[in-house]
Design a protein around this ligand. Structure first.
Ligand SMILES: Cc1cc2nc3c(=O)[nH]c(=O)nc-3n(C[C@H](O)[C@H](O)[C@H](O)COP(=O)(O)O)c2cc1C
Length: 358
């Protein structure tokens, strides 16, 4: 694909505009967290300060099991937003991702947009690239330039995103997804950084999660459905007929809570994101086995409205609800939370049974 840096910058800026313009709803369906509930305890016998949320992640100690999902970089508006996200992550001591660094390969002067380390010296930072671009980078120089950029960016992990649905609704998007599995397997084996593979809002089939973990991904970030739907965001940029056809796929994908319930026991190597919209959703994802939960759309909206302070306020709200949930279920630690049973609706149970049957 021959998209130039001007097209990429313009598209990135348009994405932020669409996602933060309150007149358009970029979300689709439900992540199904409302089908799960905790059992309240009126006698928790725990003090607030005893509730421990710290955890080890990518060789750093983070304060809370939540992260800012990969989003921006490479346009004027995203430059300011990335800085606010990094400042907020540092203030909270939580991980932060950046948007695809693809633009750096054509426009090296955008480096400052992505160099978050000076603003977030202590937290895990994720670099980001599409799986499709990995194929280009392998052909170009066997990932040499990519590894050099990551070194300069001082990141802790390489996130690789999968987004076939989004590409198909870009007029100049990729149409050929052959060879990605081989490339991913080879890239993961040779990467000097831990690799996190994520979707971008449609999730992955359970056997795909298993395969990614088998070939050595350090974590798989589900990025399931129920939150931002990238196909409809792209469809919004098309003509009326294109837009209408995208609407039919608004609820496409694996709802995050359902998928998490199916793959949650994969030894703490699954991250839950896509449609998480509260601290209670986060607590449920953790109870299902997630190592941590990620948030994208609400965070970028907060950053656009009130900068890093608004992001910190939003995240503190999530953290308060998480700790409250832990107290009201008598959980002192995240491992206690992972042992807590969740009640599920009959509908959820039957969907999960079907999913597990394959
Ligand atoms: C404005 C915006 C830009 C995004 N850009 C990227 C990106 O460059 N790379 C990526 O892997 N995911 C990107 N995403 C997808 C998110 O990381 C996330 O997987 C998806 O939005 C679902 O999470 P949510 O429902 O909390 O928004 C972007 C999301 C938003 C809202």
């Amino acid at each position: 694909m021959s998209t130039n840096s001007g097209d990429l910058t313009g598209r990135k800026a348009k994405h932020i505009e669409i996602c933060t313009d309150q007149a358009y709803d970029p979300e689709g369906g439900s992540a199904l967290f409302e089908h799960l509930s905790f059992r309240h305890r009126a006698l928790p016998e725990i003090a607030w300060d005893e509730v421990k949320t710290e955890t080890d992640f990518l060789q750093r100690r983070i304060a809370f099991p939540l992260f800012i999902s990969c989003m921006t970089g490479g346009s004027d508006s995203s430059y300011a937003i990335n800085k606010d996200l990094a400042r907020a992550a540092q203030a909270l001591n939580i991980p932060v991702g950046m948007g695809s660094i693809r633009i750096l390969f054509r426009k090296p002067e955008a480096f400052g947009d992505f160099h978050l380390r000076p603003l977030a010296p202590d937290v895990p930072i994720f670099s980001n690239l599409g799986a499709q671009q990995l194929i280009e980078e392998r052909l170009r120089d066997n990932y040499k330039t990519l590894h050099q950029w990551n070194q300069k960016l001082e990141v802790d992990a390489q996130v690789v995103h999968l987004n076939p649905g989004q590409e198909l609704y870009q007029d100049d998007g990729d149409r050929d997804f052959r060879g990605i599995k081989d490339t991913l397997e080879e890239f993961i084996a040779r990467s000097p950084l831990p690799v996190i593979v994520k979707e971008t809002g449609f999730g992955m089939a359970p056997d795909e999660v298993d395969w990614l973990l088998k070939v050595g991904a350090s974590y798989v970030d589900l990025a399931g459905s129920g939150g931002t739907n990238w196909l409809t965001v792209e469809a919004y940029r098309l003509d009326a007929a294109g837009y209408e056809s995208g609407e039919a796929l608004r609820e496409w994908g694996w709802p995050t809570a359902l998928l998490m319930a199916a793959v949650g026991h994969r030894k703490g190597r699954v991250l839950a994101s896509g449609g998480l919209r509260s601290g209670l959703d986060l607590a449920k994802a953790l109870a299902l086995g997630a190592k941590a939960g990620g948030f994208a759309l609400p965070v970028i909206r907060a950053a656009k409205q009130g900068g890093s302070e608004a992001v910190v306020t939003l995240m503190n709200g999530y953290i308060r609800a998480l700790k409250t949930t832990m107290m009201l279920t008598s959980c002192r630690t995240l491992s206690d939370l992972r042992k807590t049973s969740l009640d599920t609706t009959r509908d959820f149970e039957s969907r999960l049974k079907k999913l597990n049957r394959g």
